[in-house]
Design a protein around this ligand. Structure first.
Ligand code: ATP
Ligand code: MP5
Length: 269
């Protein structure tokens, strides 16, 4: 059985963060494990508070897993403070055979709440980008890290090149925030690939980025090569968005078990 580890924040309403990651791991056929970096009080309408986990307990969780278990893939999501980022980086750097790391550099929630402290962007860039096999910024995150405005596919390609210079082996700039088709740009230091997708007309997109990065981490954990892992992850998130549903009063979550539910006759076609 292959496994994957998420290092991220908890979302109490289960649409994003650790909860989305574990669902995406299961649905993509790997056993899921978690290191919680922060607990958010969150629902479909917004984020109402954050409690960061102490650096000691973040390190303790990572050490406990790696002292005992061979990990096949890692996804990193929300790590909100400088001390938390350093705790993650220091713990991972000690590991001799580090599995592939997919970093989703989470900065702001869909509901516009800051999930990364203002002063922590530089530390995120310096400590986590060089450790990553793949980073998956959305457009505002890619703009913040590169300091460039991104308005079209050419800008996304230019940003991917600049992000690559900061240390990750591969870059996927996600196009969810542009108008038109949901096209993501993949760059592996030599070639660009346009990972195309139809834009689905829905408001229920809570946790799309978490879902995509976790599906890709699961695919890498299973041994897929990177472009297939990204393409299959993109297919997965498209289906999860298509089947996204109303939960509460605001932005509903992606759907992770549509195949299972469909086979059980629970899901309407
Ligand atoms: N309406 C949509 N229809 C189809 N695909 C979409 C849509 N919105 C986003 N996507 C796709 O979902 C994936 C996640 O992209 P997005 O830009 O939404 O990430 P994100 O902003 O980091 O997500 P989040 O912060 O909500 O977790 C990308 O592959 C993107 O192209
Ligand atoms: C704990 C946590 N991690 C990540 C997100 C980003 O997801 P979204 O942009 O859909 O709010 C979130 N809202 N909460």
């Amino acid at each position: 059985m292959f496994n994957a580890l998420t290092i991220a924040g908890s979302d109490s309403c289960g649409g994003a963060g650790i909860q989305a990651d574990l669902k995406a791991f299961s649905a993509n056929g790997v056993y899921g494990m978690s290191v919680i970096t922060a607990v958010t009080a969150q629902n479909t309408m917004g984020v109402f508070g954050i409690q960061d986990i102490s650096p000691e307990i973040i390190k303790g969780q990572i050490d406990a897993i790696f002292d005992d278990i061979e990990v096949h893939g890692i996804k990193i999501g929300m790590v909100s403070k400088i001390e938390s980022i350093k705790a993650v980086a220091q713990s991972l750097e000690k590991i001799k055979k580090l599995p592939y790391i997919v970093l989703d550099p989470v900065m702001v929630s869909k509901s516009r709440f800051k999930l990364l402290s203002e002063d922590a962007t530089k530390t995120l860039i310096e400590e986590l980008l060089p450790l990553s096999f793949l980073i998956t910024p959305n457009i505002p995150e890619a703009e913040e890290i590169t300091g460039r405005k991104i308005s079209n596919i050419d800008d996304m390609k230019q940003a991917a090149k600049e992000l690559h210079k900061m240390g990750p082996k591969n870059v996927l700039v996600k196009g969810g925030h542009l108008n038109g088709p949901a096209t993501d740009i993949f760059y592996d230091s030599v070639n660009f690939s346009e990972i195309k997708g139809e834009r689905i007309d829905t408001i229920h997109t809570h946790g799309t980025g978490c879902t995509l990065s976790s599906a890709i981490a699961a695919n890498l954990a299973k041994g897929m090569e990177v472009l297939s892992a990204v393409t299959m992850g993109k297919n997965y998130v498209a289906k999860a968005i298509e089947k996204g549903f109303k939960l509460g009063k605001g932005v509903g979550p992606t759907h992770h078990f549509y195949e299972l539910y469909r086979k059980a006759g629970i899901l309407d076609e």
